[in-house]
Design a protein. Sequence first.
Length: 272
Amino acid sequence: MINAAPIADQHVAFAVELAEVARAVLRENDLARVDVSVKPDRSLVTAMDILIEDRLRMMISARYPSHGIIGEERDWVRPGSEHVWVLDPIDGTTAFIAGMPVYGTLIALAVGGVPRLGVIDIPAIDSRWVGAEGRPTTRNGTPVRVRSCPTLAQAIMTNSNQDYLAVSERPALDRLRAVTSARVYGGASLNYGLLADGRTDLALDGGQKVFDFAPFRPIVEGAGGIVTDWAGQQLTLESSGQLLGAGDATVHRQALDLIKDLKAQPAVSVRA
């Protein structure tokens, strides 16, 4: 599923540089004193989220002044540009506040509206996945690969948070919950890194924003897997936030068959 034309080496190197800076900000600040605010959509934000995003935005603007920037905490800049960086400074803010080590920084570069480079950085477990079209996905510099799983009955499924699903979306989770081997809840973006690692087999999520999911396509596909929306369409900057990822194309197809007739709408939910 990797595009024949690789993304530029300089963009991959810069994305890793951004991730290093995000980690450094976390290390340099006292995590025991987290200043928490509630946004209008009832999601939580900390001063650390804003500090990291501002640092990354400054770096992008200095290096690539014509590129667009989509971030969770600040106004979007030129989101219709050919090259757009997508930032979630702390994915899993509630987990971060609670001290659970599944929070991380998400960085993606979309070209032509499609995410083609992605980074999932989970500092608490010292794990960084980097995926880009034209090259294999790596975790801490070592290539990773999804695992084979011939049927849903053998699959371990993840879901980041059931609260993100609208009432009309919950039947999709229920159907897959009934036929999979085991389920793991929580984990946020870590779920998609572990899917690329071959530790899990299926990921279902809803109610996600573009900055929550932009890195997943290049990371999972670069490891041999697949991530689409619930209609089986590739993820773009315009996708609804209904995500279905799998390490095995057969399991992905089986999951799609179970949920394709559901008329679910994008979720309106409490965000982390």
